[in-house]
Design a protein around this ligand. Structure first.
Ligand code: OGA
Ligand code: MN
Length: 295
């Protein structure tokens, strides 16, 4: 079978593609991986339908694209977690497979996924790709929306681009959860989640294009008073999430969606949280901290 990619919307020919012609379960060749990587460089989001896969198959597929992250960003890193540490648990289920109670701390923490963010921007070396597999999907709601941060950069006024250029932001899950009033952390969690510096503007390696690097985890800008930093980031976020930059993915069970965290943000939308929603994420790491990458 040959791999074929076409834009999901003809109005947006360089953001969000539909990829057909591979079976993730059967494994892919190096050549297939190169075609997918090229497609990712162009589209930043790729949707694959009808991929019924196991966690091991998902992980093996993901490994083609770089070194793998462990799920250390999840709140629950204990031996009793539902999934292995190779898989980020993007569900509303507890370790017994039941919908989490409303006062379950993990459920409150996971509401952070409803804020626009880039995965693992709170890690020194952040994520390159996230690969999300839909295992069980509610009948309605719970879309994942993606914003195109390269297009958002291109559309900024030149003087704002200049202002952004050399800025360094601090990212931490303490900041993103703080936005929701989730503030009760253990000492160990605070120590583990200390802010890390990230460039605000990145050059996307695979396309050579510049991109904003925004995320709900960004909560401060170096050498700026906090309110100045926060309002600037808020305005950039509002700019970057206007409808013309957003693709909203309506999930079907067995969809697999790959996105490039270096050039996009995403968020989950609301759904009936008493219904099961179960997605499994594998995460490919970038090759260096953003401060070590050239702009
Ligand atoms: C993620 C994420 C959003 C969603 O998988 O990293 O933020 O719609 N998911 O569940
Ligand atoms: Mn995410």
């Amino acid at each position: 079978m040959t791999i074929y990619i076409k834009p999901i919307s003809l109005e947006r020919p360089d953001f969000a593609g539909l990829l057909s012609g591979i079976s993730v379960a059967n494994g892919i060749s190096k050549d297939d991986a190169a075609v997918i990587e090229n497609g990712m460089n162009h589209y930043a989001v790729l949707v694959l339908r009808d991929q019924q896969i196991t966690d091991d198959q998902q992980y093996a597929f993901s490994e083609h694209f770089g070194p793998m992250e462990q799920a250390t960003g999840d709140l629950d890193k204990s031996g009793t977690r539902r999934l292995s540490m190779k898989i980020n648990d993007i569900s509303n289920l507890d370790e017994d497979g039941n919908v989490m109670a409303i006062d379950d701390r993990r459920r409150q923490f996971s509401l952070g996924n409803r804020l626009w963010h880039s995965d693992s921007s709170f890690k020194k070396t952040p994520s390159k790709f996230s690969i999300l597999s839909a295992r069980d999907i509610p009948a309605s709601g719970g879309n994942t929306q993606f914003s195109d941060l390269r297009a958002a950069w291109d559309a900024l006024a030149p003087e704002i681009q200049m202002e952004c250029m050399d800025k360094i932001c601090d990212h931490s899950q303490l900041y993103s959860r703080g936005l929701l009033g989730f503030t009760e952390w253990t000492e160990a969690e605070v120590a583990f989640n200390q802010p890390v510096p990230q460039r605000l503007v990145r050059r996307h390696a695979g396309s050579g294009r510049l991109s904003l690097y925004l995320s709900a985890h960004a909560g401060a800008i170096h050498d700026q008073p906090m309110p100045e930093a926060r309002i600037f980031l808020r305005e950039l976020n509002e700019h970057a999430t206007q409808p013309q930059f957003v693709y909203s993915h309506e999930w079907q069970a067995s969809d697999l969606v790959i996105w490039d965290n270096r050039a996009t943000m995403h968020r989950a939308t609301r759904y009936d949280s008493e219904k099961v929603r179960d997605l499994h994420r594998t995460t490919v790491s970038d090759n260096a901290p953003t401060l070590q990458q050239h702009v």
